[in-house]
Design a protein around this ligand. Sequence first.
Ligand SMILES: Nc1ncnc2c1ncn2[C@@H]1O[C@H](COP(=O)(O)OP(=O)(O)OP(=O)(O)O)[C@@H](O)[C@H]1O
Ligand SMILES: [Mg+2]
Length: 239
Amino acid sequence: MTEIEVRDMKKDYVDEDVVTSALRGISFTIDRGDFVSIVGPSGSGKSTLVQILSFLDRPTGGSYRFFGKSIDDMNDRELAHVRNKEMGFVFQSFNLLSRLSVYENVEIPLLYAENVPAGDRKKLVEDAVRSVGLEEKLWSEAGRLSGGQKQRVAIARALVNKPNVIFADEPTGNLDSKSGAQIMGILDDLNKEGHTIILVTHETYTAEFASRIIRIKDGLIESDTPVETPRRSREDFFK
Ligand SMILES: Nc1ncnc2c1ncn2[C@@H]1O[C@H](COP(=O)(O)OP(=O)(O)OP(=O)(O)O)[C@@H](O)[C@H]1O
Ligand SMILES: [Mg+2]
């Protein structure tokens, strides 16, 4: 089932009188349950693309359909609604509220979501925190955790509302290799459970966890190729 369909997508940023063409005509589709890496040099348009795919920004040209529905037919309120319901986010810089507890950080998307009764929240938060192995830190202040632990909290927050797709922009960028591998293992598990994963990364090694790599250069797709043997399916990876 096609989840994301992008046709000739363009994005111009206009700053004073300077126009930057960050995306210059990009087309691809992503199926539900895919694990896709987006790679390319700094400034090539990766974050711009992910911001548009996740409804944080609108393109200046081309079309974008999410589960068959064109974003041109959705107002900002509808986009926010779909976003809260179907999408989760993990960033390089964690973006946690450092004075709040792990529990409170992970609960945030549920406070924005409609139709989540207060009584269900506790279990959803606890399940999400357990799935990243941080149950003993549930009431710790987020600001006091290690980098790897912070990113696990961010992942718990991204998955607490059981989104269809998880966007991860350089999630291992600020982590040592062991914590990075742990984060990739969690994203891999989420993909096996059926979540679509869209990962932006600089590192070929990390990119190869996906089953497909889209390479971007100067706002255009340079290549879009399957990964012969995704790293996640290599039995010996975590041993
Ligand atoms: N808000 C903005 N206003 C103006 N120009 C922008 C804005 N955001 C991005 N750009 C420009 O668009 C181009 C693509 O930026 P983008 O952040 O998408 O690159 P990237 O591939 O994510 O790079 P990196 O690997 O360094 O994160 C760059 O030239 C950048 O300077
Ligand atoms: Mg970027």
